[in-house]
Design a protein around this ligand. Sequence first.
Ligand code: CP
Ligand code: NVA
Length: 308
Amino acid sequence: MLRHFLTLTDFSETELRGLLACAKRCKRERGYGRRTLTGKTVALVFQKPSMRTRVAFEVAVLQLGGAVVYLGQEDIQLGQREPIKDVARVLSRYVDGIVVRTFAHRDAEEFARHASCPVINGLSDLVHPCQALADLFTMEECFHRLKGLTLCYVGDGNNVLHSLLEGCAMFGVHAAVASPPGYRPDGSIWKSVGRRAKAHGASIRWDEDPKNAARGADVLYTDVWVSMGQERERAKRLRAFRPYQLSRVLLQHAKPGCRIMHCLPAHRGEEITDEVMESPQSLILAQAENRLHAQKALLLMLLARGNR
Ligand code: CP
Ligand code: NVA
């Protein structure tokens, strides 16, 4: 059956567990799956810039023996030069898997609807499931468990947070979110995450005050205040988010030894201080490295067994 990975919830908890286990193996045994994608090609169709997602996918495909075609916004002009459904159908006849990075999430959905090979969401305005996969992997690697941990996210209720919340809920991680009231996570995602969390014995809560939210946190997580595509709102956002900086002061309200996470790219002096980023408590570079192992596991699951 043709499978896509547009949101974390497209996969069952069992499948995600399998992915985490496979990512662990990929990290431990560097040559694991070496020739699994021989003769296969993966296209990357990106409407926005990227370092981690792009390079991690390109390197993962190459290490698995496959080939990559990168198509930036200038090449494809998705939805402008020709309709998404034509791009999806034509590309599917050339390649074996497609990673898309879009603005509107419905564009990623539309792409997947018309593709005849697996489509992976490499970030949309709504979600960032590949990031969450690596984040769960990183937390499990650090704490040797996920269930019962407490993660506090401070900042914008954005794509990265949405997928992270879905992941926390599915793995029984308690989540606390602090954001300005006007920048809370998407209402329907929040509701479904709440239901999922409850079913897994976890809680989710929101607080306007980052210090309250940080209490008892094993992990403090943040992301940029101005996401790609929101550049015109920059001045307004910087004002609204100023009290939400991940700093040493905020760290003192979390558990002693609390770990720091950030999906990168980071804007030091905005959502996080340089001191916190560089502190020994930071998992940020492991998180970035783990994109490679997690995405390799994803490729193995979706492409290695001839999922077409
Ligand atoms: N974290 C992340 O997705 O980084 P890029 O935008 O560089 O891919
Ligand atoms: N929220 C950020 C994440 C970048 C990886 C953005 O969408 O720009």
